[in-house]
Ligand binder design. Sequence first.
Ligand code: ADP
Ligand code: MG
Ligand code: ZN
Length: 612
Amino acid sequence: MQKKNSKGLLIYGAAVVILLCFMFFSQNAFRSAERVSNAEFQNAAESGEIVKAEIVQSTAVPTGKIRFTVNGGSVKEVTVSDVVKTEEYLSDKNVPFLVSEVPTSGIFENVLLPVLLSVVLFMLLMSFMTRSSGGGSNAKMMDFGKSRARKASESDKKVTFADVAGLKEEKEDLESVVDFLKNPGKYTKVGARIPKGMLLVGPPGTGKTLLAKAVAGEAGVEFFSISGSDFVEMFVGVGASRVRDLFQTAKQNAPCIVFIDEIDAVARRRGTGMGGGHDEREQTLNQLLVEMDGFGVNEGIIVMAATNRVDILDPAILRPGRFDRKVMVGRPDVQGREEILRVHAKDKPLGDDVDLKQIAQTTAGFTGAELENLMNEAAIHAAKEERSFIRQQDIKEAFIMVGIGTEKKSRVVSEKEKRITAYHETGHAILFHVLPDMEPVYTISIIPTGPGAAGYTMPQPENDSMFNTRGKMLQHITVCLGGRVAEELVFDDITTGASQDIKQATATARAMVTKYGMSEKLGLVAYGDDSDEVFIGRDWGHTKNYSEQVSAAIDEEVQSIISECHQRARDLILEHRYVLEECTRQLLEKEKLNRQEFEAIFQQEAEAGTES
Ligand code: ADP
Ligand code: MG
Ligand code: ZN
């Protein structure tokens, strides 16, 4: 690879040199003489120094150039405004001169050179094109179609799981990949199919790249990384050629890890481009799919890719045999943050008063990268004050620095907001748990995930059921309202935080009435045309096929469904007041609870109930 590279460069360099020579010489035909001012020319003429002169009239009469040789033998040149007058002047001074024709070299300069230049450029361009789309073509002028995959060099410090703080579950998920890379035989013997591709999904800075590197480090295999945006070039076919090249290199270096950062840049859903397709990207994506299907399952290549948007990825990329495993990499919880802070404080001397636990508590929503930045800013602050260690105050100052000027500031949540969020999410969680048709709670979190998203309660991924029943839809509405209900029960005031929930509840209730004929009052009639499938301009093209009275009846029915569910949510949460309080307390402490931890609280409640 290195050889070919330098050869391509050589040819390219030679072309450039030749071009430059052309330009230089063409200019030089004119410019071998020293340019002098008019005054100097006249001086020379007056003092009789000029031996001979040549008048070159330019095409733009009456100006021209006088080229004259002085006593010493040096040739000088001056531009004059009127050639005829100069002729008279020179004969006056008895200087021998001759008048040249309009220079022939002008033809070269004005006509030939541009033509030559464009021919050479065109040829260069053509060779790029054929090289990149032809792939195997021999005209490798430059390594344009070469993948830019960077191989982590030996000198790079090896990253291992020990360098990745927090992310315990994520590391466990990747443990199997490490094991496979270490002893592939163990798996092939029993005919196990090892995933070829793993998708790391999470917001920027949460440690996806770090994790991928750590997998390579743990397994002791090569790590090739490339960014999705490197594939997207202005020349059609370059991306595809780079993909081909990347996998070729990987195959030669197996076992290894190929890491594609920002895969969404290439693997966006196809055919949704407004106004014309993105041929280049599609070609690249197709090539990627071809390559991933092309190598055997046990060739020892594992492709890892990172993105923060799974929703925009082309479904084809998620099919079995491709990126069929997903690892969600989330923002760290308090404990994770503390561990990350510790990792990045390792080579920084800390003062006695530094309390990383406390820092972890005040940085809810920060990613690993942000925490790293925070510690770095703190160190800079300490250095500015000529101190050789970091004090708590440095970190606090850094916190303000890092927070201000970015949208992160809005994510710095107050204690009160945290409390509200904790109650809100617990409200949802309790209802998920107690309502029979709802999935069990998988995670509850009050880690802010972005502006307007204070926390979340995630049910166990749903097993696809084909039908929604009336009962299930009512329960869904009830769960949606749970957050608001919990807020109502605990605080005098209510917040705007539940708007999304209310919207969802309303949409479900409305669909029950107008779409599924689930309201007795309005009967088995679909109101409004069903334009759900058209995703643009849905509300736009919505034509009403019913009267104002019906419209009012629908609203009334929707409202009655909602208030019925609201009452139910209230009753259920009140029944589990203990869980509400205890779960909130634990959330405030840990920020994140998993299924076991959450269900243990219900257990406690049940036990306490039987005792009394
Ligand atoms: P991503 O690829 O998800 O955008 P990176 O892996 O590039 O994030 O992380 C950027 C930097 O943030 C890392 O180099 C590391 O210094 C720091 N970092 C992120 N997550 C962690 C973590 N879990 N433990 C230690 N450092 C982390
Ligand atoms: Mg990254
Ligand atoms: Zn909610």
